[in-house]
Design a protein around this ligand. Structure first.
Ligand SMILES: *Cc1c(COP(=O)(O)O)cnc(C)c1O
Length: 379
């Protein structure tokens, strides 16, 4: 038999001891603590779209009326699933330049008292905005609807208080601020949500999308036997990611993300050229900053030129309809780092200059560095 040996590029990932139920449960408990929830959690063995779809298909049925809040691309996806479950869908579409307000949500609930399910994205890495979940959660709770939250891009980057905010179904993944794996995801399920799901004859059973299967075979069975072979490597990576966050301190990790957003916004303010897409600082997601290019300057060309100057920076053009006008500067996970943020700004400046736009990269670097230091000192 040929031995597989480790080197810097390829750690050995084979022949590990099996991941047992006790270890799996311990990893779940660590993630639940990070999410600030005492509710049951289900660790779905797939990328975060799996539990998001599972939540909607489990909780929604014909006769449901859902309020779908769209502040970026994921909300569009949720709308499709909600309709395919037979729900009437009421939509709030917030412009990608800001956040949805609790007042807008309250108005929609007053206008449509039959709403029994609300889907919301906490922070959007794709559009760079973040929503006031504490306030929205209070309004939804008073109305009595279930609240599903996509917290994939917020967990670890900004406070996420699942239980305190009244979130019934909170979905997280490891691949953004946790700097972990994308292949497993966790959803917390409140007692109210379990009741609704159990009463839904249409909720998936004996299906990869079934939350009820996990409840029956894992949660209610005392978490002593796994229902099927777990995604072992991803689970171990998730544990390491959470352990690393705990070792650094969740607050410190959050401060790094806040500082990164503040630094990019401060740098861009004096760079000349692109401007923040999200208008107000308090609506800006700590995970990523989106920028609007000046009229006549194609964001894709700026990004190409920036990456030609420094191919290592986490800068990309937006997807879809916004591709020509929106630049996305990612600063989540290990990229929530002073040097990475300054390198991203320098690359953007080089890209703009290559396209003939006058920019002041020294002023941008000074302002960004000062904003980073100020955010860290204020913490
Ligand atoms: C990143 C992200 C996801 C997961 O999507 P991937 O593109 O597979 O990483 C889900 N929801 C939100 C809001 C995200 O930002």
């Amino acid at each position: 038999m040929t031995a597989v040996t480790a080197n810097a590029d390829t750690p050995v990932l084979l022949d590990l001891p099996p991941l047992d139920a006790a270890r799996f449960a311990r990893i779940e408990d660590k993630v639940a603590a990070l999410m600030r929830t005492r509710c049951d959690v289900v660790t779905t063995q797939g990328e975060a779209l799996l539990p998001l779809e599972a939540c909607i298909r489990s909780a929604v049925r014909p006769g449901s009326t859902a309020l779908n809040i769209i502040t970026g691309p994921y909300g569009e996806t949720f709308g499709g699933w909600l309709r395919s479950c037979g729900a009437e869908v009421v939509t709030i579409s917030a412009p990608f330049t800001g956040a949805v307000t609790a007042e807008q949500v309250a108005d929609a609930l007053r206008e449509h008292p039959e709403i029994d399910f609300v889907s919301l994205v906490h922070a959007e890495a794709a559009t760079g905005n973040t929503n006031p979940v504490a306030e929205i959660g209070a309004v939804v709770r008073e109305h009595g609807a279930l609240l599903m939250l996509d917290a994939v891009a917020s967990v670890g980057a900004e406070p996420l208080l699942t239980d305190e905010w009244g979130v019934d179904l909170c979905v997280i993944g490891g691949q953004k601020a946790l700097a972990g794996p994308a292949g497993v995801s966790v959803v917390s399920v409140s007692a109210r949500a379990w009741e609704r799901i159990a009463a839904n004859e249409q909720a998936p059973r004996r299906s990869y999308l079934s939350l009820l299967d996990w409840k029956e075979r894992w949660v209610d069975a005392g978490r002593t036997a796994l229902p099927h072979a777990p995604a072992q490597l991803e689970m171990l990576a998730l544990e390491q990611a959470v352990d690393r966050i705990e070792a650094e301190g969740l607050e410190t990790v959050i401060v790094r993300h806040r500082a990164a957003a503040a630094a990019v916004r401060a740098g861009v303010a004096v760079l000349g050229g692109p401007v923040p897409y999200v208008i107000r600082d308090e609506h800006a997601a700590p995970a990523a900053t989106t920028l609007r290019t000046p009229a006549g300057v194609d964001a894709r060309e700026v990004v190409s030129a920036a990456l030609a100057a420094d191919g290592a920076v986490p800068v990309q053009a937006a997807a879809g309809a916004l591709a020509a006008e929106m630049i996305r500067v990612n600063h989540y996970g290990r990229a929530a780092d002073r040097a990475v943020v300054l390198a991203s700004l320098a690359a953007l400046a080089a890209g703009m200059r290559a396209l003939g736009v006058a920019v002041d990269d020294e002023a941008a670097a000074a302002a960004a560095g000062a904003a980073w230091d100020e955010a860290v000192a204020a913490a």
